[in-house]
Design a protein. Sequence first.
Length: 547
Amino acid sequence: MAYLVSMTYQHRARISKLRKQGFPMPDGWSWFFGHSLVLFRYTSRFPPLANIGIPMRELSKEFADTEMFLMDLWPSYPSSIVCFNPEAANLATQKYNLPKPPKAGTSVEPIVGGPSILSFNNSDWKKWRALLNPGFSAQSLMNHVPFIVDCAQVFCDKLRANVGKGIFSLDDYATRLTFDVIMKVTLDSDINYQRHEHIIPTAINTITRWHSFWDPRILLNPIRPIVQRYYGRKMVNYINKELQRRFEELKAERKTSGAAPRKLKRPLSVISLALEDYIDESKDSNILETATLDKDFAAIVSNHIRLFLFAGNDTTSATIVFALHLMSKYPEPCSQLRKEHDSIFGADVSKTAEVLKAQPALLNQCRYTLAFVKETLRLYPPGANMRLGTSEATLPALNGKILPTEGLNIILVHQPIHMNPRIWLKPNEFIPERWLVEPGHELYPPSGAYRPFDIGPRRCIGQELSLTEIRTVLVMTARNFHFKPAYEDWDQIQAQQAGFWTKMIRQFGKEEPNTVYDDRVYQTEKAGTHPSDGYPCRVELVDSKAE
């Protein structure tokens, strides 16, 4: 107890000193709570499960003169500089290329299982990034487009089956689609999750449902670590079997063909390509005779598979839902999307899958589709980026004040960066054309201000996979379907099914907000910033809809 009191005093004394020196931070800081009560005041303005970036965006409005501020949430979260200044963000991620803080690893450990490129620094990061890069190269991903198209066809078949029927969760459909894709791309496993249940998605969905990056209501639940460890073991057991199976297959192919499998001109998974390089670079000349993979290597590979299954599924599926929502919300951009698909894939919509599978590179001609996706990601960015301050690194606030970073985390919160009115024209409007104009145009995106996958050497390794997948889904759906959000009906159903205490709270006028800036569709704390309530909706065929 004495140690805790001493640590608390030392920490708060430092923050108090920074405060007296004029370091920008919200009013309401206290020696006992830090800024915890301030954060609660802002989060209470929004729905309970609203993504933390939303109240941070609201709080950022008070710091338009600095475009950064300090939040002291210690000991539940490291004290951090919250930055929404693109110039300073570029310094952190490019000029200084600041390391990842310990929190970057510990915050996702229940999901990932241990160290990964998300938390590695220096030589460890370079080694593993180089080993994993080939599986996410543009050339490798183009080889997977036919399979992605097949998955999108199943997605479309399920949508057609719902035409004229009741409400369904579009988020659930999209999540199953992206899980099928990421399992194939990473593990070469065809699990057909859109049609059947599978242990891996069940496990990772359960782990993420019991997870939060900051919410003490979830983090302090004593059941949480038990549930997460149980399902974590299930994932490890499955992944290790798949790794060993693929290792055996690669050894057999090497012995029979004498060539590396990547030279055999067929799509290879991320892990297959990583295992190839592992075999090629191994100092053990008898590795092809080795019975099992090195345990340390297998453990790190397993962590990365879990990372890719989490990040490659959640963020992509959420973006697909938001893109389909915006497609139905804005008729003119939707019309432009359909015209582009007609011109590139032909007017016969039934031939789209066949054409795209035969010519995957046609995706690169879909300039408006890519602009549509980029604008979706600007309005609904999937996360934030954390870095660790150092004694050498300082960040210039907009007002010219130079802020030290040593001993502080730096959080680049993408929502307020993407909505910063100083640097974006009409930031609240959905304008895909801003990604098609030439430099010098008033809509042209400012340098460093667009960061859904972040910028710099540590940008998201799965960026191209995500963009390829989302574009493929839009090509397959835009000319076929129109979606109608059904939140009013959903809320009525939830009200009818509400328990006794929920009804009592509502009766006394304590009902919590369920919109963000008057919009029922918003990003939530569910890993990957999934849409509120899974985006309940109805679907219509475009042909049956009056244009």
